[in-house]
Design a protein around this ligand. Structure first.
Ligand SMILES: Cc1cc2nc3c(=O)[nH]c(=O)nc-3n(C[C@H](O)[C@H](O)[C@H](O)COP(=O)(O)O)c2cc1C
Length: 256
């Protein structure tokens, strides 16, 4: 193991804590720079209400069963997803429960280092009740959606964005989590990046469990095309970019 390339060594360093590196660096928060917005700003056009979330259709709500039965699922039934089911998935992953410290931080169903929650949730809607197909963004402060845009060949673009993993195109909705890194860099500077990647995992795990509780299925995707995904969402790829994707569909009844 002595002939590791410098690239591998550098990548491993990102995984280490090494908080001492902050000794001579002041974060923007320490320099009294105003905190970034806790939610990406939006205007009041094209806003869509979501029904109150509730779980539907589940035989057991035993948390141990859900944890043990969770699987990555890549086969789906050809059935529409209800808006209530989608509402529950969003509520379980990123809904803001509390804003505190003069609007600098939020609490949500998942943990996040320093309560920074540096992510936005985008949805490629492919087959959901009452929603035309297209790209939407979740507004976690008010639990609503905002319709952004669509593409004639949305399904093909989704599949291309995940490097031709065709099963993603057979789902009802594809979750794309983008990161606005400055939200965490503002507080933790060069030590924020490891934390942001850890944070993302928590969101997706909640999606797995919330999906499982309604006999929906999902499968995390890290093998995606950065450029095509960012273009699909229309984010700039620098101050905001895709970090994780998870398509959700209806479980097929025969699946083990
Ligand atoms: C960070 C991460 C990235 C993943 N990326 C992909 C992916 O791009 N494509 C895919 O089919 N599965 C992907 N998976 C799913 C794994 O293959 C899956 O979790 C693993 O095979 C174990 O199966 P299980 O989740 O059913 O326990 C990913 C999982 C994680 C946690």
């Amino acid at each position: 193991m002595n002939n590791l390339s410098d690239t591998i060594k550098n990548r491993r360093d990102l995984m280490k804590a090494n908080w001492f590196e902050l000794q001579n660096i002041k974060s923007d928060q320490q320099n009294s720079v105003a905190n970034p917005a806790i939610v990406k700003p939006y205007d009041d056009k094209n806003i869509i209400d979501l029904p109150e979330p509730k779980r539907t259709d589940r035989l057991s709500s035993d948390i141990n069963e859900l944890i043990q039965e969770r699987r990555s699922r890549r086969q789906f039934a050809d059935e529409q997803m209800s808006l209530t089911e989608l509402s529950y998935l969003l509520h379980s992953t990123q809904r803001i429960q509390k804003t505190f410290k003069n609007n600098i931080a939020t609490l949500r169903p998942v943990p996040s280092a320093g309560a920074r929650h540096p992510f936005e949730t985008y949805l490629a809607i492919l087959n959901v009740e009452k929603l035309k197909n297209g790209i939407y963004r979740y507004l976690p402060d008010v639990h609503k959606l905002i319709y952004l845009h669509t593409h004639d060949d949305l399904k093909e673009k989704v599949v291309k964005s995940v490097l031709d993993q065709t099963w993603a195109g057979e789902t009802n909705v594809v979750f794309y989590w983008s990161c606005i890194p400055y939200r965490a860099e503002w507080r933790y500077s060069i030590k924020s990046h490891k934390a942001m990647l850890l944070d993302a995992g928590h969101i997706c795990q909640n999606l797995y469990l919330a999906a499982e509780s309604m006999k929906l299925g999902t499968c995390a995707i890290a093998a995606y095309d950065q450029k095509l995904s960012d273009e699909l969402l229309k984010v700039d790829g620098e101050d905001e970019f895709t970090v994780y994707i998870s398509p959700v569909g209806k479980q097929v009844k025969t699946e083990i």
